[in-house]
Design a protein around this ligand. Structure first.
Ligand SMILES: CC(C)(COP(=O)(O)OP(=O)(O)OC[C@H]1O[C@@H](n2cnc3c(N)ncnc32)[C@H](O)[C@@H]1OP(=O)(O)O)[C@@H](O)C(=O)NCCC(=O)NCCS
Length: 263
């Protein structure tokens, strides 16, 4: 069953060292890696210290709304301007749609940092769940490559691609509208302004009036920029089971598809 979670994201801190070691030694994680031997604690400690000090490494911890860690996504910037990524979701949370949501959110946060032009991943061909979540996050399959003498599926997300850019613009529109709503409502509205903010459904802090006010503002901002307005307050959009209004991030994706639709 898919679980919609109000994800939070933060960069890894020294106290995450042991948890990351436990996750790294999970059998499915080792099986998915190109070097599958178990990782001794001392080696992990050196690796983690190195990554923490490395300006080319961005290591995110994904958490649920209560701050409970669910998984990690790492980006290692390469000399060619790309960033290589790695993801794992804690064993008990796999297969519920969390990898898909977590990867989308992490890529979005990383894109905003402006640290790379594209994100790439090398995945073992038999790791179908991983290939699937990268496809769903907008990566394209660029065929086979060799990694440590093993075949790998090469996935690529071009951050300068038009679709990615439009989605980023949509994200800014929604975040600006959300900031405006917070200014209007003051103390009444305790909500984070972030791509992970839940707007609608389980875990949302917006009541229906605030949501409608936000959506009307988003519609207005988009029609000012793109002409004829998208209608978000339509019942068909609001009541869809997989409503695109769930988070700021999913709404940005929906709006980008709308803006780029063939007319
Ligand atoms: C890969 C991983 C991050 C995916 O996270 P997750 O939370 O399980 O993923 P989701 O539940 O969001 O999505 C999995 C998708 O793969 C599909 N899937 C899972 N197993 C599959 C299989 N054997 N064949 C085909 N599709 C499969 C699911 O149906 C789902 O697709 P859908 O949403 O279209 O139905 C997680 O399994 C993991 O941590 N694995 C170990 C580490 C790893 O392999 N990391 C990747 C290294 S490149």
């Amino acid at each position: 069953m898919k679980t919609q979670v109000a994800f939070k994201i933060r960069t890894a801190a020294p106290e995450d060292c042991r948890l990351l070691w436990e996750w790294a030694n999970d059998p499915a994680v080792r099986a998915g890696a190109f070097s599958s031997d178990p990782i001794p604690w001392e080696r992990h400690l050196d690796w983690f210290k190195g990554k923490q000090a490395d300006p080319n490494c961005t290591l995110y911890i994904l958490m649920d709304g209560q701050g409970h860690p669910l998984g990690q996504v790492r980006f290692d910037r390469q000399p060619d301007g790309s960033a290589e990524t790695d993801i794992s979701i804690a064993r008990d949370y796999r297969g519920r749609g969390m990898g898909t949501q977590a990867l989308g959110l992490a890529c979005e946060s990383f894109r905003e940092s402006g640290k790379a032009r594209r994100i790439v991943a090398f995945i073992k061909p038999e790791n179908l769940a991983s290939i699937r979540i990268f496809e769903r996050a907008g990566f394209s399959n660029r065929g086979k490559k060799w990694v440590s003498q093993q075949e790998a599926v090469f996935m690529n997300l071009d951050l300068e691609d038009q679709g990615t850019k439009v989605q980023a613009e949509m994200m800014q529109v929604i975040l600006d509208a959300l900031r405006g709503l917070k200014d209007d409502m003051g103390q009444e509205l305790r909500i984070e302004v972030s791509p992970a903010t839940v707007l609608y459904g389980t875990g949302s802090d917006l009541d229906s009036l605030a949501l409608i006010q936000l959506l009307i503002d988003v519609e207005k901002r988009i029609s000012e920029r793109y002409g004829p307005a998208v209608t978000l307050t339509d019942e068909k959009v609001l009541t869809r089971e997989d409503s695109p209004l769930h988070t700021v991030s999913s709404l940005a994706q929906y709006l980008a598809t709308w803006v780029m639709r063939p007319t």
